[in-house]
Write a protein that binds this ligand. Structure first.
Ligand SMILES: Cc1cc2nc3c(=O)[nH]c(=O)nc-3n(C[C@H](O)[C@H](O)[C@H](O)COP(=O)(O)O)c2cc1C
Length: 187
């Protein structure tokens, strides 16, 4: 085994697109890989100091969309360009933003699945950012991405994960097995 020391290499990492409103009311989006499920109805995200952070200081609601192969280029773009420097940021993505019905934040309809969220706690707050714990108020799924049982068909979505070792995006592959079931053969 080769040792690599301390690296931000928890695998796999999500590509979360955080939607908020800027102070002038225009939608903004940023890319976040450092986040995940916190509790049954909660998520956590590590927030640095961004336009999005300022937006979340004014309004504690936001959306989280899961990036896909189709939205990959623009999802990377919103992770390298700040609304602080480019007021045209969202127009350049080509995404369509509509107002969420449950939180004061934009829903980008180009994504198959979006969480509508409200901040519960900000942890370890410094001038460089904080860790958010947020309630998942509701989940929206484009009806084109539903399975026959009416639930989200994740395999259809072509979700991407962030690969932090060589800075890549990988498309999620096919179903490998059944959770809480396949392991039973060894019971
Ligand atoms: C792959 C990737 C992952 C990122 N993950 C995070 C993250 O977890 N937390 C964070 O604060 N910023 C993260 N960023 C950086 C922000 O997305 C970036 O600074 C963005 O331009 C902020 O936009 P804003 O200033 O308009 O809010 C990531 C960027 C990329 C490309």
């Amino acid at each position: 085994m080769k040792s690599f020391g301390q690296k931000p290499w928890v695998l796999p990492q999500p590509v979360l697109i955080i939607g908020t409103y800027n102070s002038n009311g225009t939608p903004n989006a940023m890319n976040a890989a450092w986040g995940g499920q916190w509790d049954a109805k909660e998520i956590m995200i590590c927030m640095g100091s961004h336009a999005t952070t300022e937006n979340l200081d004014r309004c504690n609601e936001f959306t989280v969309a899961f990036a896909t192969k189709n939205t990959m280029t623009a999802s990377d773009f919103v992770g390298i360009v700040s609304a602080k420097n480019d007021p045209d940021k969202i127009r350049k993505t080509g995404w369509t933003a509509i107002q969420s019905e449950n939180v004061n934040a934009p829903v980008f309809t180009d994504f198959p699945m979006t969480l509508e969220c409200r901040i519960l706690r900000k942890i370890d707050q410094t001038k460089n950012g904080y860790n958010i714990v947020a309630e998942i108020v509701n989940i929206l799924v484009d009806e084109n991405y539903l399975a026959e049982d009416g639930k989200p068909d994740v395999e259809k979505m072509q979700l991407i994960t962030y690969e932090p070792v060589h800075y890549g995006y990988l498309v999620m592959g096919e179903r490998a097995g059944n959770a809480f079931e396949d392991g039973r053969v060894l019971q």
